[in-house]
Design a protein around this ligand. Sequence first.
Ligand code: ATP
Ligand code: MG
Length: 260
Amino acid sequence: MGSAMKCEMISIHNLKKCFGDNVVLKDISLQVGKGSVVAMIGPSGSGKSTLLRCINLLTIPDAGIVNVGGQSITFDGKNTTLPKARDLAKFRSKTGMVFQHFNLFPHMTVRQNVMEGMVTVLKTPKHEARIAADALLQRVGLSDRADAYPSMLSGGQKQRVAIARALAMKPDVMLFDEATSALDPELVGEVLNVIRSLASDGMTMILVTHEIAFAREVADQVIFMRDGVVVESGPPALVIDNPEKEATRSFLSRFKNSGQ
Ligand SMILES: Nc1ncnc2c1ncn2[C@@H]1O[C@H](COP(=O)(O)OP(=O)(O)OP(=O)(O)O)[C@@H](O)[C@H]1O
Ligand SMILES: [Mg+2]
């Protein structure tokens, strides 16, 4: 492999991952086109986070092929030799990841948090990093908080800083793992607005989310996972509004019952 596939930003083939006897990803294949937005839904323990982590190799797959932005790494069973640390770092830098819990540096201001990776990893000169950081803070609606410390921010503001910080590394792809799950309901909207604006700017994204209405609105493709398998995938009008599989229907009915 190694050559880019036409218009695919992410391409995964026959991905497998076990933790001991627990087979967490069974045989996952999926394609994400450049600029498209994929929402991944499914019950707890179905393997959504593990799949995201395998895409940027925070978790090392047992087998399969992971291709991001034309660079591909093949894992073949137990004797996989890992890529060298430098290649791994380069591969990881293609994806920005935003987690449920914002891991901002508490001793740095908002601006310094956004500048940090640019200065230390990308070796951007400080004055340029500062300009770029301020532009990103404007983009996530936090220009007025650049000199604040994380402890002075609301959860929604912290999460927007985390998004700006990930964008600062100029990733090809953004991965969101339940980025709004830890937020108070009134703060969810401001983070979804930022994600929505990234989508309309053409950022390729995978969102693990329980916000079914948001997934329907923003995603080109919805993936329903259960027990380490992609049960069903396709446009929201099919997977969310008109699911084929009983498992998908039963999962979605929970959200309808809870008023979402
Ligand atoms: N580091 C690990 N070591 C051992 N088992 C793990 C590890 N990470 C995940 N698992 C197991 O893998 C399975 C899938 O977990 P994963 O976190 O991917 O699920 P998920 O779909 O993201 O669930 P949730 O909606 O609760 O976040 C679970 O059975 C989990 O216990
Ligand atoms: Mg998870």
